[in-house]
Design a protein around this ligand. Structure first.
Ligand SMILES: *Cc1c(COP(=O)(O)O)cnc(C)c1O
Length: 398
């Protein structure tokens, strides 16, 4: 076993060797520009891009490959979805509904749109991290043009009820966008069954390369249209100009093909490891709390608060052996507690003690065992050094 152990799969994932293998020819002899189809180099690149587009479309059950638009990543996909719909349909209305726990790229796009005259409703979540459908229904007005609710949250791994969100949006003839970055490849995601009109996905969260993403844009029943945010040569049907990153696109396609075949078995395996980690920590350490629903959750995420232990200290103490994220510093250099945990109603002190464990394809049983031992040891030591723990242990921690 090699140290440090990687337990931060919600942040990024390593490229699967099979994905890298599929990409390499497109850095070598297959280097052509997919837009230069008047010669063999361009033609070969174009065909590779179209095959990847079809692989991705199949994986999310899009009705046709042309509904898949390549971007530089899900940050851009989220920007394009929100700003592109807002610009295209601003005659129809100026209201958007989203949730308080979205990724920054959704929240900050909403803030930008607010500065341009749009109104945004940020739906709250309950202690489990789930939105209330009643709040969603009540938020919609005649002026609502878009609902954007993520499928799985990146910090707590909670799965929002997007099938119901899709239904409600459809009943009101409002477009539905979902940030599916953390769910695709881990749990079933189907744009038809879930009545999704736009979806953002990212290759590097599913064992593909960084810097490549997709925006799914529905073409029929209903047709969703967008105003582009990047103008130029008219690539991707004029919706996203710029020379296509052919090797990365090929890798993204391959990553989806692998996920389609292996997702079910892999998710079972990862779930078992996550549960092992969770139950061992619960058993061997008192005063620990899981943040977010355990039932509605992707298999590879465990977000826990260790009472009386500063998350950052725990993270630093283990950093040479186990790579994890803390719930405190993830959105900025300053040690602010995460806005996601805050939205769940997690108190400031408990948010400061939270750690996100992200398990994935290459996580082994041995690594989980090692992590359990290290965490238990470090938490016990930090607690022993904590004067508050000495005086308050045994008391209810809120
Ligand atoms: C990582 C992530 C993004 C951003 O994706 P990039 O491809 O890194 O820009 C967006 N949303 C969620 C939920 C994410 O986890």
């Amino acid at each position: 076993m090699k140290l440090p152990i990687y337990m931060d799969y919600q942040s990024t994932t390593p490229v699967d060797p099979r994905v890298l293998e599929a990409m390499l020819p497109y850095y070598r002899e297959g280097f052509g520009n997919a837009a230069s189809r008047n010669h063999a180099f361009g033609q070969q690149a174009h065909e590779a891009v179209e095959e990847a587009r079809a692989q991705i479309a199949r994986f999310i059950n899009a009705s046709e490959p042309s509904e898949v638009i390549f971007t530089s990543g899900a940050t851009e996909s989220n920007n394009l979805a929100l700003k592109g719909i807002a610009e295209m349909y601003r005659e129809r209305g100026n209201h958007i509904v989203t949730s308080q726990i979205e990724h920054k790229s959704v929240l900050d796009s909403c803030r930008f749109l607010e500065s341009k005259g749009f109104h945004v409703t940020y739906l709250p979540v309950n202690q489990e991290g789930l939105i209330h459908l009643k709040d969603l229904r009540e938020a919609m007005t005649q002026k609502t043009i878009l609902v954007s609710v993520m499928h799985a949250n990146n910090e707590v791994g909670v799965l929002e009820p997007i099938e119901e969100v899709g239904k409600i949006a459809k009943e009101h003839n409002i477009f539905f966008h979902t940030d599916a970055v953390q769910s695709v490849g881990k749990v079933p995601f189907d744009v038809q069954a879930m009545e999704v009109d736009l979806a953002s996905i990212s290759a590097h969260k599913i064992y593909g390369p960084k810097g490549i993403g997709v925006l799914y844009l529905r073409k029929r029943n209903p047709r969703a249209r967008l105003e582009s945010i990047i103008h130029g040569g008219g690539h991707e049907g004029g919706l996203r100009s710029g020379t296509l990153n052919v090797p990365a696109i090929v890798g993204f396609g391959k990553a989806c093909e692998i996920a389609a075949k292996e997702m079910n078995a892999e998710s079972k395996k990862i779930f078992a490891l996550r549960e092992k980690l969770r139950s061992a920590l619960l058993e061997r350490l008192g005063d620990i709390y899981v943040n977010g629903s355990l039932e509605q959750r992707i298999p590879g995420n465990l977000n826990v608060s260790f009472a009386f232990v500063e998350g950052e200290s725990l993270l630093n103490e283990m950093s040479e052996e186990v790579a994890v994220s803390s719930g405190a510093a993830c959105s900025s250099a300053a040690l602010e507690p995460s806005y996601v945990l805050k939205a769940l109603g997690v108190g400031e002190d408990r948010a400061h003690t939270s750690i996100r464990f992200g398990l994935g394809r290459f996580t082994t049983d041995e690594e989980v065992n090692y992590t359990i031992d290290r965490v238990v040891k470090v938490v016990k030591r930090l607690r022993a050094e904590s004067p508050i723990y000495q005086s308050e242990s045994g008391r209810e921690f809120t």
